[in-house]
Every structure is written in C-alpha cells, then in structure tokens.
Design a protein around this ligand. Structure first.
Ligand SMILES: NC(=O)c1ccc[n+]([C@@H]2O[C@H](COP(=O)([O-])OP(=O)(O)OC[C@H]3O[C@@H](n4cnc5c(N)ncnc54)[C@H](OP(=O)(O)O)[C@@H]3O)[C@@H](O)[C@H]2O)c1
Length: 274
C-alpha cells in the first residue's frame, strides 16, 4: 500500500504508475476530482492490472491534511510507503486559509503534518518507508527562523529553496526520531524535470520554463529515484539519507545542522498544532 501525494501530474503521476506496474496497491492523491479520475483511468489503461484508489485533499489547508490522514487511516489497514511528492513554487507571496506563507505550508508543513498523522499506519506495516521529494534547489538556502513566513521581502525561488531545505531537515530529524529504522525516512532530488512545475505561475518563471525544459529530463527519468526509494530492496533499513539518481549523495552542509532540524520540527509542530 503506497500513498503518493501530488500524483495527478509530473513526477508523482509517473511514480504512482510505475509502482502500480510493480504490483503495489497505490493510493493516488490529487486535489481535483476530475484530474484524479482522469489520472486513475490513464494508469489503468497503461497498467491494466493496477490496483489503485483515489483520495482528494488540498494540501495547502491543514484541515484538509487532517481530513486526508483520517480518511486514509479509516479506509486502509496499513501503509507501507508514504511518498511526499506534492509541491509547487509561487511567483508572489500568497497565504493559505491558515494564514501561513503558501510555499512553506504546502511544501513543508503539509508533509510534516501528514507524515506525523500517518505514522501509526506506517508502523502497522513496518518495515515501512517515508520518501520525501526535496530538490537540489535547497543547496544555497538557509532558514531565517525570525522570518519563516518570509514577510520581509519575498523571492519565489529563494523561498522555494528554503522549503526544500525544510524537506531535508524534516527527513533527517524524522530518521533520528524513528531511531531503530522500522520506519525509514529518506529524501531525493529528482533532477531538473520537464513537468508542469513552475509553468502555471506566470511571471518570469512561467515564461522561462518552456525554454529551460529543453535541457530537462523526462518525468519517467525524474520518477526513477522515487520508485527506487519506495520499492527497492537495496534501500531496506537505509534511513536519513538524500538520494540523486538512485545513489546516496551529500546535501548542503547547512542541511546537516541537527540543531536547526530540531528547532524546525518544534516550530512546525506549533504551526500545525500537532
Ligand atoms: N520538476 C523539477 O524539475 C523538480 C526538481 C526538483 C524537485 N521537484 C519536486 O518534485 C515534486 C513534484 O513536482 P513536479 O515537477 O512533478 O511538478 P508538477 O507537475 O507541478 O506536480 C506537482 C503535483 O503537486 C500537486 N499539488 C500542487 N499544489 C497542491 C495542493 N495545494 N494540494 C495538493 N496537491 C497539490 C499538483 O496537483 P495538480 O495536478 O492538481 O496541480 C501535482 O500533482 C515537487 O515537490 C517539486 O518541488 C521538481
């Protein structure tokens, strides 16, 4: 049983299909019922044997994340893998219904909350795995704990990089808290992938993306490391690592600061009322 968030597009959509092709029961998460149903049908067309269920939630809303976690816990007896894939970048500063900066809320607080709420379900199927899609964009990022909501000056790319650094702090801190490895926690960079990412935002990013995509890899290639971390026996018991092209690699020096990771965990728990 594998839950893939953001499985209606891009890397998540391909990863969900590939995992279904390998015989996994896939729980396909989307935020739009029509897109999710269209994705489910396309998956079954490509993989007639696919065993797939659909769940819906707008992950920018904490109430929706909580409702999703409770629906998954009620409908399914256990979870083998949670793939935290949904994510986006925003050209201008937006706030969620919870009054939080959108990038932080969607890219970091949503997977933080969802994972914590699904930990019991994962433990039930242990050994289980949490796979979080980070990005090489974290490399130059640093967090300002005095302005996590980026109220003082906003740059979409900088804030996106920070949210992906949060993904790494979260991944490493979760691995430490799950000491013993019955549930593992790893992150990955999928590469620069030609998906819808950044295209719907308009602005400079929206204009540049189609050009930049000439140099990007396909969603099929981008999904490879997700599938590897979710399904390969080679990473059984491996935890607290960052992967690129199916290999463990070093993330930025800042991302290994355990004190910042612990602090972010505590702030995130407060911001999500965990
Ligand atoms: N593309 C790259 O080069 C690249 C590089 C490094 C890391 N990544 C990471 O890879 C992950 C997947 O991105 P992608 O490239 O596959 O982009 P994508 O094609 O835009 O897919 C993003 C997915 O997230 C979902 N999503 C966005 N906002 C959501 C919300 N509020 N609630 C629920 N779901 C939401 C989207 O749903 P809809 O279909 O409804 O829009 C879509 O399924 C992201 O975490 C991204 O940061 C991408």
């Amino acid at each position: 049983m594998i839950l893939v968030t953001g499985a209606t597009s891009g890397i998540g959509r391909v990863a969900a299909r590939e995992l279904a092709a390998r015989g996994a029961h896939v729980i396909l998460h989307g935020r739009d019922s029509q897109r999710a149903e269209q994705t489910r049908r396309a998956m079954i067309e490509r993989v007639p044997s696919a065993s797939v269920d659909v769940v819906l939630a707008d992950l920018a809303s904490q109430a929706e994340v909580r409702r999703l976690a409770s629906e998954v816990s009620q409908r399914f007896p256990g979870l083998d893998v949670l793939v935290n894939n949904a994510g986006a970048t925003f050209g201008r500063r937006l706030e969620t219904v919870d009054g939080l900066e959108m990038t932080l809320a969607l890219n970091h607080l949503a997977p933080f909350l969802l994972t914590n709420l699904l930990l019991d379900l994962l433990r039930r199927n242990a050994p289980a795995r949490v796979v979080t899609v980070a990005s090489g964009a974290h490399q130059r990022a640093a967090l300002d704990f005095d302005d996590l909501q980026n109220r003082r000056g906003y740059s979409g790319f900088r804030v996106y990089g920070q949210s992906k650094l949060c993904n790494l702090y979260f991944t490493y801190e979760l691995a430490r808290r799950l000491d013993g490895g019955v549930v593992t926690s790893n992150a990955l960079h999928p590469g620069f992938v030609a998906t819808s990412f950044g295209r719907r935002e308009g602005g400079v990013m929206g204009l540049l993306m189609p050009i930049a995509h000439r140099f990007a890899i396909s969603p099929e290639e981008g999904a490879r490391t997700i599938v590897y971390l979710a399904a390969s026996p080679q990473v059984e018991g491996v935890s607290g690592k960052y992967f690129f092209e199916e290999r463990p690699v070093r993330s930025s020096p800042v991302s290994y600061d355990a004190e910042s990771a612990r602090r972010l965990w505590e702030v995130s728990a407060q911001l999500t009322a965990l």
